[in-house]
Design a protein around this ligand. Structure first.
Ligand SMILES: C[S@@+](CC[C@H](N)C(=O)[O-])C[C@H]1O[C@@H](n2cnc3c(N)ncnc32)[C@H](O)[C@@H]1O
Length: 281
């Protein structure tokens, strides 16, 4: 059923924006000294070997991590700096061969009091998760349907939570399915912070997701988008975005600084950065 494997795409231009902004949101939540629940609903294998056959087949990491890596010692926004540190901690011998995906990044930032749950249904991806990480009381790996997990795990006992939704959108119906599950989860956990990633593709199916969430009654939805224009002509995807429901106040300036930095470095200033409220407070 599932054929998508993120290793082919790991570290590409969309991952760079996604992971830096995800880190900004989590850091904003961690500004308060209270336990957090973190759900990485579509985790994939968590940590990617960019020397693997799959990564070398597409070389997509050259559009992302390889492009910004030379700037790692320059002054950069805090979120970018944090992301470079996470990469460095996974590569003690230097370079970025082991690229931290969402689970590795969230685990890297997890505090003792936080609880992290990572799910993937793909057998190979789940095996990858299990060999990259050791689960513990505060860190569970689940071979579980993400849509079902999102509904089943909220509201969390911590009453504060970050739900990261990063599907492969293999099925075009998934955009509507994401809007539906988020609306259902929000009804039970309206104070949760939800981060939803989407690609910009010629068919513009992300508009279904945007429209459905706009009409859902959910307030305070931030839209962060980078349209790379014709920066990566070999790829169908020309940009990507994130919707952030209830972005922590502390994260909002950080997100803007990260988007500016990523947009300028990845597209040499030619891309179009977009930061607005899809739905205001
Ligand atoms: C885009 S990748 C995730 C990338 C990862 N979040 C990262 O940033 O490193 C999407 C993952 O979702 C998984 N997936 C797709 N549909 C799923 C479902 N219904 N339940 C659980 N996992 C699913 C796929 O196997 C794939 O590994």
């Amino acid at each position: 059923m599932l054929s998508y494997q993120h290793t082919y795409h790991a570290g590409n231009f969309a991952d760079v924006l996604k992971h830096i902004i995800l880190g900004d949101v989590l850091a904003g939540l961690q500004a308060k000294d209270k336990p957090l629940f973190i759900l990485d609903a579509f985790a994939s294998r968590g940590l990617y070997d960019l020397n693997a056959e799959e990564a070398l087949k597409t070389h997509e990491f050259e559009t992302g991590i390889a492009k910004v890596w030379p700037f790692r010692h320059e002054r950069s926004p805090q979120g970018v700096h944090r992301w470079f540190n996470a990469i460095t901690s996974h590569n003690p011998e230097g370079g970025f061969n082991l690229y931290p995906g969402s689970t590795a990044l969230l685990h890297h930032m997890q505090r003792e009091s936080d609880r992290l749950v990572a799910c993937d249904l793909h057998p190979q991806e789940f095996d990858g998760l299990r060999s990259a990480f050791r689960s513990s009381r505060g860190f569970s790996l689940l071979k579980r349907d993400a849509f079902e997990a999102i509904k089943g795990l909220v509201p969390p006992k911590e009453k504060r939570g970050l739900i990261f939704i990063d599907p492969s959108y293999e099925i075009k119906d998934e955009y509507a399915q994401v809007a539906k599950v988020v609306s259902q989860a929000y009804r039970r956990f309206a104070t949760g912070v939800y981060v939803i990633w989407y690609p910009l593709l010629p068919a513009e199916r992300h508009l279904v997701l945007l429209k459905a969430l706009k009409n859902s009654g959910i307030r305070k939805i931030m839209r962060v988008e980078l349209d790379c224009k014709d920066g990566f002509p070999d790829l169908q995807m020309f940009g990507s975005g994130l919707l952030i429901i209830n972005p922590p106040w502390h994260a909002q300036q950080a997100i803007k600084s990260s988007l500016d930095w990523v947009g300028n470095k990845l597209t040499e200033g030619k891309g179009e950065k977009h930061l607005s409220w899809l739905v205001p407070e």
